[in-house]
Design a protein around this ligand. Structure first.
Ligand code: NAG
Length: 341
């Protein structure tokens, strides 16, 4: 029996089919093995330094939470959590429900907060009365309206916090009674779709996106890299301007092959996969003490002179991490990188 179109016998077609199939199976199992190896938590770790600073931001673009020295934070899929308060689970949107950040409203970095009970946040800003937000009450009393919003194009629904917050934040940021709304991420799991470009990274997972974080739930800065940057700047900047969660202080300042490790462990429990480099926007140009933009467009301008790769105009500093094993961490914990066999 011949195939009328090609004249190739079906038997031959069948054997070609089997051959392709076998190659595909062994190819697939090799790929699977490679995937498995690359995604399995290493057994050996090498100490590289300590967690010199640990920060998290209850309200996106605002100042980090103040917490007592020695406080243990929980690393969870959504990001860092301290009692009832999560990293970037609150954010501000304008009257059209569009996210606003300190890039457009630099004064936001002056809004600070601390947790006064396991669920109650106290929010302060220069010249403003203290504002209280109880996460538990919020769920019970919030107006119950869904706000359809997005974080850099990644759409998600958020919970409206209410008029009291609208007034306070509009007053401080815009100098008027309304215009801005505070919204909350009440879910226990990440719902924000992954950024288009980040989705191309081979080791990123759908669940690495955090609550209202720009890109991923965890980011680590290397303080030696910030020191190196500061040597090139006319006015030094503070590491916090990069708004990372973890700040690594290296044991020795000897060069360590930055790209040769894929895994990071903080303390004894929490394990992270390096998922992407962190590309920088203008936010680090905002001074966290004055809420003003740098007149010379630094540090971004300087970073662009030596930290741009692969024709991408955004310079790289810091790495995005995906949580692969949860756990408690605190300032001063040892940081390890995975040793691949
Ligand atoms: C930290 O930064 C320094 C200076 O850029 C670099 O030599 C070192 O390899 C970095 N360490 C890690 C673990 O990335």
């Amino acid at each position: 029996m011949s195939n009328p179109a090609t004249g190739v016998s079906s038997k031959l077609l069948l054997s070609i089919g089997i051959g392709v199939g076998v190659t595909a199976v062994s190819g697939a199992s090799y790929l699977y093995y490679k995937y498995w190896k690359e995604n399995t938590i290493p057994e050996q770790w090498q100490r590289v330094g300590t967690l010199e600073m640990l920060e998290f931001f209850p309200i996106k673009s605002c100042a980090p939470l103040k917490f007592p020295e020695g406080t243990e934070l929980e690393c969870e899929v959504l990001g860092l959590r301290y009692e009832g308060c999560r990293d970037r689970a609150l954010m501000l949107v304008d009257k059209d429900d569009v996210m606003i950040t300190a890039r457009g409203y630099p004064k936001m970095v002056l809004i600070n907060s601390r947790l006064v009970t396991p669920t109650k946040l106290e929010i302060n800003a220069p010249g403003m009365e203290t504002l209280e937000l109880d996460f538990k009450k919020l769920i019970e009393e919030a107006p119950g309206r869904d706000i359809h919003t997005a974080v850099f194009g990644a759409k998600l629904d958020a919970m409206l916090c209410g008029e009291k917050y609208e007034k306070w934040f509009s007053q401080f940021i815009l100098g008027q009674e309304s215009g801005l709304k505070l919204v909350y991420h009440p879910y226990q799991e990440p719902l924000k779709p992954i950024d288009k470009d980040l989705a191309k990274e081979p080791h990123i997972k759908k669940s690495d996106t955090g609550a209202f974080a720009d890109a991923t739930s965890y980011m680590m800065m290397n303080l030696s890299s910030v020191d190196d940057l500061n040597k090139r700047l006319p006015r030094p900047i503070k590491p916090i301007q990069f708004r990372g969660g973890f700040y690594l202080k290296m044991d020795k300042n000897e060069p360590y092959a930055e790209d040769s490790y894929d895994w990071v462990k903080v303390g004894t429990e929490a394990v992270f996969r390096k998922v992407a480099p962190c590309r920088r926007c203008i936010l680090p140009n905002i001074n966290p003490e004055t809420g003003e933009r740098d007149p010379e467009n630094n540090p971004l301008k300087t970073l662009k002179t030596y930290r741009c790769f692969e024709n991408n105009p955004s310079p790289v500093l810091g790495i995005h991490l995906g949580l692969r094993q949860g756990g408690k961490i605190k300032r001063g914990d040892v940081i390890y990188v995975g040793v691949q066999k």
